[in-house]
Ligand binder design. Sequence first.
Ligand code: HEC
Ligand code: HEC
Ligand code: HEC
Ligand code: HEC
Length: 466
Amino acid sequence: MKTSIVRPTQYRSGEITNQSRRGFSSYAKALIVSVFSGLMLTVASVSVQADPELPQYSGKARLGTQTCGGSTCHGAAKPWANSAVLQNEFVTWSTDDPHSGAYDALSSDRGKRIAKNLGIEDARQEEACLDCHTDNVPKELRSKNFDVADGVGCESCHGGAVEWLGLHVSGFGQREDYLNAGIYPTEDPKARAKLCLSCHLSDPRKSITHRIMGAGHPRLAFELDTFTANQPAHYRIDADYKQRKQQSSGVKVWAVGQAMAAQITVEALMDKNRNSAGIFPELFYFDCYACHHSMEEPRWQKRESVNIGPGVPRLNDSNLVMLRVLANAVDESMSARLLEQTRALHESSSKGQEATLRALADLSTTVDALVETFASTEFDVTAMWKIYDSLVAEGLKGEFIDLITAEQATMAIGSVLAAIEMTGADADLNGYNEALLKAYAAIDNSKTYTPAKYTAALQSLAAARQ
Ligand code: HEC
Ligand code: HEC
Ligand code: HEC
Ligand code: HEC
């Protein structure tokens, strides 16, 4: 369901365009219906397996996107009136969803340039690129209808259909039966975070490095709830959906996404295989703009949570900063511990590898616990407003001066406002859009970004609350 809160419609490192979603009044009607049916039906939803294997590595054979996209299956031109699901998922995916063009991107001008700079003849033949730009399963799992050129298709996210298609077509299966037959639980926040982050951040089995960035790959900026809202929706969360599947607020999706992104980053930094090449650690996990900015105007400023001086490269701690704000709403001592451990990690960078690994191990325990905490927390409207207020307050204290953190904070604020609107508790949040747009404008371009502009946007976000 769309809300009237603005979200960037496209998110490319340094290039963000915004568009206001459809107006509030048409939204409010839909909301009333769904809130009531939600109350009646949530008990029936099915909880899912704790830690399912990613579709790419689950060993289930692929039938191919075309198989899902038949005109009597998910390839209808328009949504069906009386079907549980929309039935036009294929059309939405193939015409509006960038995932259907992910393979073609490898032979675009940019794709070719990246390949050339890396000494790769054709990126479409390169495992390192295919792992994220298509459904790169072993050859023996590809049926004759499977086409690698389909890019990130249905089975990349929903799992190889070989075992669940029969059940599916028969119309007999319950949700549990599907999950047992290998369908991936995309509705579960943890499972979804694991899936999306495996391509939008990293996965130990895939290769994404500063070397690939240096060759011209766009910087990966990801926030689970915002990107969920931005992926053109090929599903509808209605009464029927709620009966079949668990549902989570956008704040929970954001929270779990942040905790798991922090977890992936911490694990990557502890992984010797990904950090032993040459004199530098893997710079992919550092704050890009700590190094990449003009020297004409010095921009270093002190931040409470970064107790290292100027001239030291900083890890990208944007997810950790968001986590701290979130933890504060659930458990203040956790938040304090996170601050202490983040500071220890930053400090360790000038104390050698052993100190760094120790700091990472401590942080890892806290972050793992937070993943579980957020996955089992329901945030009510009071908690959501508390998070909004802490986000703005931390920002005004100067915690978000780094562009990558400001970017995460802006998506977070958008996510929290949209989630509040979804609850129906506060009638009109349109007044926040102007301030939110100001925040998006401030982070729109890395060349013109200044902490002062972002602070002004935060002041407007604080004022909108009055
Ligand atoms: C860890 C997963 C991952 C790997 C590995 C990866 N990419 Fe990407 N790539 C992405 C994601 C995610 C995006 C979209 C970023 C965004 O817009 O947020 C992207 C975007 C791109 C784009 C821009 C697409 C557009 O529409 O503008 C090109 C070109 C590209 N990648 C080429 C490559 C090449 C060539 C390789 C191999 C050297 C590669 N990628 C490896 C995940 C990956
Ligand atoms: C990038 C990942 C991704 C791709 C690619 C993708 N989906 Fe989905 N799909 C999702 C997510 C996320 C949801 C929403 C969560 C859920 O209901 O499981 C979803 C939901 C659905 C639903 C459930 C609707 C409901 O009411 O239960 C159907 C049906 C569906 N997708 C079909 C498809 C088909 C067909 C394709 C290919 C044409 C496709 N999807 C491609 C991620 C994806
Ligand atoms: C198999 C790898 C893979 C998975 C899994 C995946 N993505 Fe993507 N995603 C990509 C690539 C590659 C692109 C860039 C495609 C292009 O522009 O050519 C992309 C693009 C996007 C975009 C458009 C970004 C922009 O710049 O506007 C959104 C939104 C998005 N993905 C959301 C999601 C969500 C939400 C999930 C999880 C449900 C997900 N993705 C899972 C690889 C993946
Ligand atoms: C510790 C400092 C440091 C960090 C952090 C860092 N880089 Fe770099 N980057 C470098 C150096 C050094 C070079 C090589 C110098 C050159 O080619 O001009 C480079 C080169 C590049 C280039 C090629 C520049 C060109 O002129 O073509 C790109 C693009 C790039 N980095 C992107 C990134 C991204 C994206 C990130 C964050 C994920 C990042 N860098 C993080 C130091 C850093």
